[in-house]
Design a protein. Sequence first.
Length: 143
Amino acid sequence: MSKGVNISIPASEQAKFKRWTESLTKKNKVECQNLVANTAQTIAKRAKQFAPVDKSGLKNSIHSVLSGDRLSAEVIVNVEYGPYQEFGTGNKATIPSDLTEYAMTFKGHGARKLNMRAQPYLFPAVRISMAEFRSKLNKLGFK
């Protein structure tokens, strides 16, 4: 996962979110920016907690990066074996149906024959944190 994973609200709601943030007061926009930043940091923190013990630096490679306007963020796992840890390899690969397209971008990168079981860490952190994000975003007035 050396490339970042952009985690966001569904594409169908992004234009609505952008319009909504443009209509916010300065105070509410700062609250929204803080919510985005905190959520990205929480995803990274949880992913580190869920990551398997490793001596190669997986946990230390996980971090978040905010956009310039602080209304979006990216969570980065900066080791090449990150996806194989998340999804497994070979006949032990486990890919959730909603992540098939993303996971298949790593197909054929040499680790297929290892038959390593999946040890999900990033996407469980995303699912938990994004549910909390949606709830808090709704409290700020985004419906």
